[in-house]
Design a protein around this ligand. Sequence first.
Ligand code: SF4
Length: 185
Amino acid sequence: MKIRLAAPLQSDSVVDGFGIRTVIWTQGCSHNCPFCQNPQTHDFNGGCEYDVLEIKKEIKNLKNQDGITFSGGDPLFQVDATLELAKYAKSIGLNVWCYTGFLFEDIIKMGKNNSNYTELLNYIDVLVDGKFINELKDLNLLFRGSSNQRLIDVPETLKKNKIVLIPENDNIINNFLSSKAEVYI
Ligand code: SF4
């Protein structure tokens, strides 16, 4: 199986979710959000194609990362490969964040025609959903560009069958970061 990426894996990011993360920059997006920050990732024929097995090996060799983050582009346009990599990351103890221009509700609907969309949700810890809307841009937002976008706690959302957001207060963030600090000191 192949995946088209806009760039090689990027480790040690601290701006794409809690903790220290490796970002998988997928290539291809047709949401066309005005003022998108990554227009070079839109072309479905752009970037480079990689073997998913090779990306798995790279993920296996990561050091001192809390998790992986799918970004782009929109990873949902390559749902089969994204699912494969998300499953693998979870199997070796990494947590998984995923950015998408689709809404959580869209993904549930898309899953009716292709169950890989809904299966993918089982391997995502946090989904950052929704298009970027420039009028709602806010530089103070945590891990997202515009206030319509949601940080969705996917396991809790699936359990409760209603959207559950990640609480955004300093205690939660500090607790998370200090618990990770113990691991790395
Ligand atoms: S979904 Fe993301 S990559 Fe796609 S156009 Fe919107 S902001 Fe850009």
